[in-house]
Design a protein. Sequence first.
Length: 266
Amino acid sequence: MSLSLTTEQIERYSRQILVPDFGGKGQIRLRQGRILIIGAGGLGSPSAFYLAAAGAGTLGLIDADNVELSNLQRQILHATADLGKAKVESGKETLTQLNPDVEVITYPVRLGSDNIEELFSQYQFIIDGSDNFETKFLVNDAAVRLKKAYSHAGIVRWQGQTMTVIPGKTACYRCLFKEPPPPAEILNCQQSGILGAVAGTIGSIQATEAIKYLIGFEEGLLTDRLLTYDARAMKFHQVEVRKDPDCAACRPLMTTETPVSKIILE
Ligand code: ZN
């Protein structure tokens, strides 16, 4: 991939090239970036949209579902004419129309422990737009194991939350939540509803975090803190998250990083 920008690219991306700490260098880095987006749904739609518009080089889209009418209120990658289509195909069409510069790789499969490592290993940053706790913990644990930076997020009703994890450096999702809640306590979009614009706000934050990470602007990342958004009260809050020395996901990582000589001496 070329390390310079064409005249057309300079014009397309001019408003962000002007932004301090982004610039032409940021644009070139972003073009070399590879981001995997889990779910072409409420969170994946806005994050993929903004990443494609910004000129991210390669976007992986993973989703096993087809577009349904009840998706369209928030999953803005898809239009009425896409009903019944695979979400990843509909998403790819939308993103490619927006920006033909972006390569979109589609995975019409369900993410599971059998395919997660192979998928993650091909990308630099992961956006978790999944809608269930089982996947969120699977994503966290695989990202920590493979040392892949990723953005966690969850949304329900009027509320959203998000946090960025840089494995080996910052607290992970399991440092905070330990394990999935009992099924009786779980609220999801299907049962509880979600305001589409709330998904848009949180998904846009995830895209921003991916961009910052890929251009090497790491100091302001949303790490070691959980950002919560209450749209009903229109309030954002931050909760500090500490790395848990007994975290089931992080702890083995720290052990494997310990030099062998040190283990023997101890
Ligand atoms: Zn942890």
